[in-house]
Design a protein around this ligand. Structure first.
Ligand code: 13P
Ligand code: SF4
Length: 313
């Protein structure tokens, strides 16, 4: 696209935003062009709070489906659109509601307290006691009843990190992020060897072997604070590549180095990267793809999300 065409597209998106009384929310992993046009860019927790606060009629959610779905659960009266309806998530896929329901039924006598990562479908949230994000998982687990066993779904890596941080034993669902498990001990050690004075910040969806090489493990939003505050100039960022655009804007004086996988110099989430400016334009023009939910399920999914938001204030 020529620069002039890109400018026209941006202008049209901003006009459509006005016309629709829309707000554009974008996750830290979105392409730079989307981050730059958004009203707010942040992590799953920040985006959930923004979705709760907004008085716009339309929420244009530039992220993946579960994030837009969460915005709809909190705001049933608003129109929630996302640029590409196929923007899913491997963690969401790894925990099907029928499987979780069957597991809970088979283990009824255990009376699990189900803590579910926000990277899950509304139907799975509806089976949960409380939702968490990577930004508040430690707090949420610390607040869980002490007399009930915890089932942590669906990210076993995030779960293992939370156990390590809190000392709370949990059972983990067998799920993971297809992208974050591609960072390996070898790939991260290799880049550390190239930049011996660099610090490493990693997302908790990474495996334990990778997290052990990190100076800091945190949600994408907390990475912003870490990069601003660390005295180090060189920072290896072990998460999805879109994060570097946000970090470079927030900490322009730092040298940010994308964490490589074994086969790639930087890691793009194939779901997050489905969204484009053209698709955002079309979504605002046509109010489609729109997120819709069965009202009964939406109500069931809302309670554990609201519990999370209350606990995170
Ligand atoms: P954050 O909530 O830390 O932004 O993580 C979301 C996600 O999908 C990570 O892969
Ligand atoms: Fe899901 Fe992983 Fe993509 Fe995050 S990076 S949206 S966890 S597939």
């Amino acid at each position: 696209m020529t620069t002039a065409a890109a400018t026209d597209l941006r202008t049209e998106i901003l006009e459509l935003k006005e016309k629709r009384n829309a707000v554009i929310l974008a996750h830290n992993y979105q392409i730079p062009e989307i981050q730059d046009i958004a009203d707010y860019v942040g992590d799953s927790l920040g985006l959930a709070f923004r979705a709760q606060e907004t008085d716009a009629d339309v929420i244009a959610f530039c992220g993946v489906h579960f994030m837009a779905e969460t915005a709809k659960i909190i705001n049933p009266e608003k129109t929630v659109i996302l640029p590409d309806a196929n923007a899913g998530c491997s963690l969401e896929e790894s925990c099907q509601p029928e499987d979780l329901a069957a597991f809970l039924e088979e283990n009824r006598e255990k009376n699990y307290y189900v803590v579910t990562y926000i990277n899950s479908s509304a139907a799975v949230k509806a089976l949960s006691d409380v939702i968490c994000t990577s930004g508040n998982a430690i707090r949420i687990v610390e607040e869980a009843p002490k007399d009930r066993p915890i089932l942590f779904a669906p990210d076993q890596n995030l779960g293992a990190w939370v156990t390590q941080q809190t000392g709370r034993e949990m059972e983990y669902w067998n799920g993971n992020c297809y992208l974050h498990v591609e960072f390996t001990r070898e790939s991260i050690q290799g880049i550390k060897d190239q930049y011996p004075d660099a610090v490493v910040v990693a997302h908790p969806e990474c495996t334990t072997a990778v997290r052990l090489l990190a100076d800091e493990v945190c949600s994408t939003e907390k990475m912003v604070d870490f990069c601003r505050d660390t005295p180090a100039k060189n920072i290896i960022v072990v998460t999805e590549a879109g994060m570097l655009h946000r970090l470079q804007k927030e900490a322009p004086e730092k040298n940010l180095i994308p964490g490589p996988t074994d086969h790639c110099a930087c890691a793009d989430c194939r779901f997050m990267k489905l969204n484009t400016l053209e698709k955002l334009h079309s979504a605002l023009e046509n109010l489609k793809p729109e997120v819709t939910l069965d009202p009964e399920m939406r109500e069931k999914a809302k309670a554990p999300i609201m519990r999370m938001l209350e606990l995170s204030k």
